[in-house]
Design a protein around this ligand. Sequence first.
Ligand SMILES: NC(=O)C1=CN([C@@H]2O[C@H](COP(=O)(O)OP(=O)(O)OC[C@H]3O[C@@H](n4cnc5c(N)ncnc54)[C@H](O)[C@@H]3O)[C@@H](O)[C@H]2O)C=CC1
Ligand SMILES: O=C(O)[C@@H]1CCC=N1
Length: 276
Amino acid sequence: MTSDTPDLSTFEARIAVLGAGMMGGAVLSGLLAADLSAESVIVTNIDEDALRPWAERGVQTSDDNVAATRDADIVFLAVKPHVAADLLDEIAAELSEDTLVVSLAAGVTLSTLEGHAGAGVPVVRVMPNTPALVGEGMFVLTPGEHCGKDRLEAVEQLLNACGRTEVVPERLQDAATGLSGSGPAYLFYVADALIEGGVLEGLPRPMATRLVAQTLFGSAAMVRQGDEPPATLREQVTSPGGSTAAALRVLDAGAVRHHLGAAVSASTKRSAELGA
Ligand SMILES: NC(=O)C1=CN([C@@H]2O[C@H](COP(=O)(O)OP(=O)(O)OC[C@H]3O[C@@H](n4cnc5c(N)ncnc54)[C@H](O)[C@@H]3O)[C@@H](O)[C@H]2O)C=CC1
Ligand SMILES: O=C(O)[C@@H]1CCC=N1
């Protein structure tokens, strides 16, 4: 669904991904798929097994965050939120105003990040999501005090190659966690439930999976195209007295709309707690 062909083959900065697990790995996979040179990247992890697949893809690997940071222009912080401050303390001596720190950690504020990175170090807080893995991530960015326009544009260029970006004031970052950061989980949950519904009605599971995948993909494409609001698109599927109206009545009886909104709010609240 990506309209422009992403191309990072000429991107020059050296990149370190510290703690490349699920999310850091998804971003890195997206960047490599957009032709970022594997030789310009180093990944770290305290878990050796997590590094092996990267070494097989030609990426330099290390268990030494300090050494990895030393040679990097852009440092992705991809560890769990409760590890972020300690990791910054560990690498702070290698950071300077020439290094850009990009945090992917839910909830961790710019004030915490900047406080631990050290004086004058440019920082960007980002809320990513895992579809970065297939080049369709959503990245919500807030630049810190020392991150100028050029640096922000460099991060946008990188992340636009594996999805789409929005820049927001920091007060909206936890809501972004609740909506797009956690969002893929809600949609995978819905996909899983729909597949089970199809199986209950007699469809073979692989076929039910294909039907659901294409239905989600096509519906997402229509929502993203933005010609009509989703409420109108839903009406277009809902024939008077028809099958969809019967189905939507069941969803309303189960207060599914309310629960989806409440799920976004619960994740938003938890995101703020994770950074506290
Ligand atoms: N998984 C997701 O969908 C999303 C995750 N995030 C954020 O991404 C960050 C990472 O989350 P996940 O990738 O899901 O977790 P993860 O557990 O898959 O990855 C974290 C990795 O960091 C490694 N690690 C731990 N301490 C380390 C250290 N001191 N030095 C180097 N490596 C270390 C772990 O071994 C692990 O592989 C979190 O802060 C989370 O809030 C944000 C949005 C979405
Ligand atoms: O569950 C979490 O805390 C992370 C942040 C958003 C998605 N996964």
